[in-house]
Design a binder for this molecule. Structure first.
Ligand SMILES: Nc1ncnc2c1ncn2[C@@H]1O[C@H](COP(=O)(O)OP(=O)(O)O)[C@@H](O)[C@H]1O
Ligand SMILES: [Mg+2]
Length: 426
């Protein structure tokens, strides 16, 4: 089978790597991929942007691509799945209607309320209702959470410590900080606890979670400082006990799928539920994403035993039930993200990366995110540069292996957190 993966991040490198592990996958193409996908045997990058739908279609049709896997939310929300399916191409991911689960937080909130899914109390306001939005935060008090409705590359959420900060967030969203994505805001009750990510596969009829993961969003050790795209992740997080997983299945995943169906949406692909687990074990949904998480995917896939290509084809052909239960290695996995100095603020690009071979020789998997080939060299090209992943019998062992590989790698200004997985090792 020939597969085309759309995207260029660490998630897509992990997807391409896992797909190539399957005996049935003979070749993977990445549009556009990165230096990591370019270097993998059996994998080839294509100079196609993630929103070049016609280019992706033409390549798929001309080269006998049997499955397209869409990594990022942007092309999903732009309708890449509808477009490719109209050309008889099998594609893993939700259609544009389904992608609203991530592309509109107010739409997702309304769905959760309709489905009776536990989530933070909230109110939604349009730009014309700025005065009501401010009155609402004054009435609620702080802390309170202000969310831009649409896709904002992880920058659209303000956890406001004061009412003034919340009002400022409302103003900047309505004044165009996030473009049209900020024309509506969702204002939400502040929740406390531990977060966890549940990535579930669905064929529109059944829905099955992968291992629960936890990521580290903050840039600084001890979960301090501004939020990033994710500085590391591990799986399976023990915060989601088997009992909680059953609850997630029956109270969140199944009602979400049923409500999508009631709305006439045939959702296939990944439903990612971002959860908050309160200190007393109460679960609430913070948000949904319509695709694999990054970097959770880099921690989950090394533990997946059922062939990923088979799962994806089953999702596309309504036969996922036949592959259940999904099988996993009974081990632990951890991913440590190496970022460019300065990230998530301004950072430099084009730094030469050395030590990748030595890192891979330790047995860890170095997933590339922001990298690119420049002549003979692999250089940095993004904020999050690499996701160094390892497995082990315990979290301590997985983390020790991941950090041993991190120690092999060098580039100017490299920054990473040394405390990934602290909750499961201390
Ligand atoms: N209601 C809430 N209470 C407390 N923290 C929240 C709440 N909603 C979001 N957050 C924090 O903000 C982060 C980003 O919010 P999220 O809804 O996941 O949006 P996005 O991932 O699109 O930026 C969450 O991971 C969480 O740390
Ligand atoms: Mg999130």
């Amino acid at each position: 089978m020939k597969v085309l993966v759309v995207g260029n991040g660490g998630r897509e490198h992990a997807l391409a790597w896992k797909l190539l592990n399957s005996p049935q996958v003979e070749q993977v193409f990445c549009a556009p991929g990165n230096a990591g996908t370019a270097a993998m045997a059996g994998c080839q990058n294509l100079p196609l942007a993630v929103d070049d739908f016609a280019g992706i279609r033409d390549f798929a049709l001309a080269n006998g691509i049997e499955l397209v896997v869409v990594g990022p939310e942007l092309p999903l929300s732009l309708g890449i799945v509808d477009y490719l399916r109209a050309n008889q191409i099998m594609v893993f991911g939700p259609n544009q209607a389904g992608a609203q689960l991530e592309a509109s937080k107010s739409w997702a909130k309304a769905l959760m309320v309709e489905a009776g899914i536990p989530t933070a109390a909230s109110a939604t306001f349009t730009r014309e209702e700025a005065a009501q939005a401010k009155a609402y935060v004054q009435q609620q008090g702080a802390p309170v959470v202000v969310k831009a409705d649409g896709l904002a590359a992880g920058k659209g959420v303000c956890v406001a410590r004061t009412v003034a900060e919340a009002e400022e967030a409302i103003e900047s969203s309505f004044s165009g900080q996030f473009g049209a994505a900020g024309n509506i805001v969702v204002i939400e009750e502040f929740l406390t606890g531990q977060e966890a990510s549940i990535l579930a596969l669905t064929d529109g009829e059944v829905i099955a979670p992968l291992l629960p993961a936890q990521d580290h969003k903050a840039i600084g050790e001890g979960d301090t400082g501004p939020n990033t795209g994710g500085m590391g992740a591990y799986a399976p997080t023990p915060v989601i006990t088997p009992e909680l997983m059953t609850q997630v299945q029956t109270e969140i995943l199944e009602p979400t799928l049923a409500t999508l169906r009631r709305r006439g949406i045939d959702y296939t692909g990944v439903i990612y539920a971002g959860l908050m687990i309160s200190p007393t074990g109460e679960i609430k949904v913070l948000e949904f994403n319509c695709r694999f998480g990054d970097p959770e995917t880099q921690a989950i896939l090394p533990l997946l035993e059922t062939p990923l290509d088979e799962l994806m084809v089953a999702c596309c052909s309504k036969s996922l039930a036949q592959l259940l239960p999904i099988r996993f290695l009974p081990e632990a996995a951890a991913c440590v993200v190496m970022a460019a100095g300065g990230y998530p603020g301004d950072y430099e690009k084009g730094k030469i990366i050395t030590g990748l071979e030595a890192a891979n020789a330790t047995g860890a998997q170095v997933f590339h995110a922001g990298t690119q080939l420049q002549g003979e060299n692999i250089v940095t090209s993004g904020g999050r540069v690499l996701g160094v992943t390892a497995t082990g019998a315990t979290f301590a062992e997985a983390l020790r292996r991941a950090y041993a590989a991190v120690d092999c790698i060098h580039f100017d200004g490299a920054y990473y957190r040394r405390d990934i997985g602290y909750r499961v090792t201390t």
